[in-house]
Design a protein around this ligand. Sequence first.
Ligand code: IDC
Length: 456
Amino acid sequence: MKRRTGSILVTVLAVVAASSAAFFALPASAETAAFSVQSSWNNGYQAQVTVTNDRSSAISTWKVELTLPAGTSVNQAWNATLATGGNTYTFTPAGWNATIPAGGSTSFGLIVNGSGRPTACLVNGVSCTGTTTPSPTVSSASPNPSPSAGGTPVGVNGQLRVCGTKLCNQHGQVVQLKGMSTHGIQWFPSCYTDASLDWLADDWNADLFRISMYVQEQGYETDPAGFTAKVNALVEEATERGMYALIDFHILTPGDPAFNLERAKTFFAQVSARHADKKNVIYEIANEPNGVSWAQIKNYADQVIPVIRANDPDGVVIVGTRGWSSLGVSEGGNSSEIVNNPVSAANVMYAFHFYAASHKDNYRAEVERAAASLPLFVTEFGTVTYTGDGAVDTASTSAWLDLLDRLKIGYANWTFSDAAEGSAALKPGTCNAGAFGGTSVLTESGALLRNRLRAG
Ligand code: IDC
C-alpha cells in the first residue's frame, strides 16, 4: 500500500469506548427514559435516550425534557425533534416514532457540547430528580490520527460507520471523505488505469473513488457479469491505494429504482460477497431516482440493503433521494419526507447531488436544514450546470464546498474523465494518451477540484 499524507479532516480529538449506563428511571406502569453516554471526547459527548412504554396499552406521543448545567448545550439530535428553551432541551417525536406500543421503546440520539451531564429529566412531564449521573472517562490517550500522521485514508481511518448525522472512522472521529467520481465506466475505460489511479491517490490526495456503473445506456444490463467484474477490479485498485471505493449503481433513466430491483439484488449480492472483508467499500444503491415517491425509493432500499448486510454487515450504505437525489427539492419536496419515514436500517446515509451552476441558495438551505437530522453524503456534484456541460460556476462551487466542509459532508466530483464537457476534470484526449500528471491536462473544473482535494 502506498503511503501518502492523508487529507481527511479529523474533528474529534479523543474518544473512549462506549460507556452506557441508564441514569433515569421512572415508576413502573408509566413511561421511562434511560439516558446513556455512547462516546465522549474532550469537549463533548454523544448520548442516547431510550423512551420505554411500561404501560399495558400504546401511547401516541412522548416528550423528554433534559436540563443541562450552564456551559453545556445540546448541539444536535436525531430521531427526535429538538426545541431549546434556556438550559432545557425538549425532545419530541421525529414523526415516525411517536407511537410506542405497550412494552415497546424508541431511542433518539444527541450530541452535547461540554461535559456536563443532565441535572434533571422529565418524561411526559413526570420528574425523575434525585438520580446520579456517573461521569464517563475521557481518554487522554487520543487516537487522534491527524492529517500529518501520514498513511493512506483507509490506513488512518479504517472501517467507517454512521455516527449520529455524520460519518465516523474506526476511532469514532468524524471524517469527511473527498474524492472523484468516474464517468460511465462503459464509456471511459482508458481513464481508469494504474497510472491514473496513482495520480488520483498520490497527487490529487483523493480519499474516495466513486465507481459509476450505469445500469442502462450500454451499461450493466447489457453484460451483468462483465460489469460486475469491471467494478470489482476497480474496487481492488482503490483498495491497493488506500482509497475508499464507492460502488455507484447508476440508475438514471428510468428513474424508478424498482425497474432495476432484481438487477440490484443480483449485483449487490455479488459485490458485497466479494468485498465483505474490506474496510473501504461503501455502497450507493441508487444514483438518482426521479419521477417516483420517496415511499417507492424507501421500498427499494428496504429490499436491497438486507442483501448487502447479509454479506457485509458493517458496510455503510447510501440511499439516493427523490428528484435526482435532491432530497426531493427538484420535484417540489424536501427532506422532511425522509426524516418522517427513514429507511428501515442502521448505518445508512442519504445522497444529495448538486450542479453548482444550476442549484444554489435554496438547495444549500435545504442541505443545511437536512444535515441537522439526516446523515448526508454528496456522492455526485458538478461545478457546471446539471447537463454536465457549460462553464464552471466558481462562486457557487466554492459556496457549496465551504458549506460541505463546515458540515463535514463527504463528496465526490463528476467526473474524473476526459469527456468533452465542462464537468470533466481532464482535457479531451488525456486518457488515450495516458497523460496522467501535471496540471496542463486539467480543465478549469479539474484544476479547481485538484486544488481543493490537495488542500485537505
Ligand atoms: C451525464 C454525463 C453525460 C451523459 C449523460 C447521460 O455527463 O456525458 O451523456 O449523463 O448519461 C447526473 C447524472 C449523470 C449525468 C450528470 C450530468 O447522475 O449521469 O452525467 N448528472 O448531466 N445528475 C445530474 C447531472
